[in-house]
Write a protein that binds this ligand. Structure first.
Ligand code: IPM
Ligand code: MN
Length: 352
């Protein structure tokens, strides 16, 4: 008998529960096929719980989640709750508290998926963004003075520590080696303007690079990165960048790979508890309609298998996703797939 993994499931808000259910369905099928056990525990953290109890997270949330091997998250964000409360109080809080210092976001265009980039296909769109996930502008440093007056001052500082930057960059090099594709890491920064923060990033990047003579290095400013992602996405293999830039370029990445319906991500603490999520939001307008695309969540489940060391299961899930995408589904957009949410989950299970 294989190993048993304890998985914390946080379906969250909006369409989160619907896509997570399909992810769990695929995970159960994979565990049966590959001979390991999954022990799921549900956590109701999200907008509904907040409305009911008035607390974003219970005091024991981190200690409870820490008892698991991984966390599977649907979506956080509720139309009745002021933007920022749940995002900061749950999603960002957990990323920080669990020290998930890498946000890994693959940008892969599957066969037969429509991309807005003319003349680009699966051979050209195949890279991964390693986004720093615990520092930068997201650290919440700063403050406000004289709020609401004509003299108001708002300061939001980007925190970049040598340790935080170095561990993220090192992860990117290790990942590039393991991925073994173009063997190139591009640092995405803004060294021409953010001369303190990205000076640290740049020096650290080239210092760490010396330990990886087999990996080619490259640098692009964030604005140029956006340009090249559209014009020459084939130049990229692994991009490493800070939290804010990573947030922005991965939405662009999601669009060129066919949309939020397929974009998955992993919040990784290599020596702790990692959290896997579809990177799109809670999509409230599609809630309960059985039309949302669950493939991003299934992709996140696949990344979880890879992270847990069940490589064969991860590869099989990826193959099943590819097969369903290229031979069955009409479009990756909600309501246009030609199948319901649950049917897409069933198709992936059948392909497995
Ligand atoms: C993401 C999201 C979050 C972020 C929001 C919801 C706080 O946009 O995961 O990319 O900015 O990191
Ligand atoms: Mn984002």
């Amino acid at each position: 008998m294989g190993k048993t993994y304890k998985i914390a499931v946080m379906p969250g808000d909006g369409t989160g529960p619907e896509v997570v259910a399909e992810g769990v369905k695929v995970l159960r099928a994979a565990s049966a096929k590959f001979g390991f056990q999954l022990d799921f525990t549900d956590f109701d953290y999200g907008g509904e719980r907040y409305k009911r109890t008035g607390e974003v997270l219970p005091a024991n949330a981190v200690s409870e989640l820490s008892k698991h091997d991984a966390i599977f998250l649907g979506a956080i964000g509720h139309p009745d709750v002021k933007p920022g409360i749940l995002e900061k109080g749950i999603l960002l809080y957990l990323r920080f508290a669990l020290d998930q210092y890498v946000n890994l976001r693959p940008v892969i265009l599957y066969e037969n998926v429509e991309t807005p980039l003319r003349n680009k296909g699966p051979a050209e769109i195949d890279f991964v963004v390693v986004r720093e996930n615990t520092e930068g502008l997201y650290a919440g440093a700063g403050g406000v003075l004289k709020k609401g007056t004509p003299d108001e001052v708002a300061i939001q500082e980007s925190i970049n520590t040598r340790k935080g930057v170095e561990r993220c960059i090192r992860y990117a090099f290790e990942y590039t080696r393991k991925r073994n594709k173009r063997k190139k890491v591009t640092l995405c920064g803004k060294t021409n303007v953010l001369t303190f923060a990205f000076d640290l990033w740049e020096r650290t990047f080239y210092e760490v690079a010396k330990e990886y003579p087999d990996i080619q290095t490259d640098y692009a400013h964030v604005d140029a990165t956006c340009m090249w992602m559209v014009k020459n996405p084939e130049w990229f293999d692994v991009i490493v960048t800070d939290n804010m830039f990573g947030d922005i370029i991965t939405d662009l990445g999601a669009m060129i790979q066919g949309g939020m319906g397929i974009a998955a991500g992993a919040n990784i603490n290599p020596s702790g508890v990692s959290m896997f999520e579809p990177i799109g939001g809670s999509a409230p307008k599609y809630t309960g309609k059985n039309v949302i695309n669950p493939l991003a969540a299934i992709g996140a489940a696949q990344m979880m298998m890879d992270y847990l060391g069940e490589a064969a299961a991860a590869q099989a899930i990826e193959k099943a996703i590819r097969q369903v995408v290229s031979t069955k589904i009409k479009s990756l957009s909600a309501g246009k797939m030609g199948y319901s949410t649950t049917e897409v989950g069933d198709l992936v299970v059948a392909a497995l």
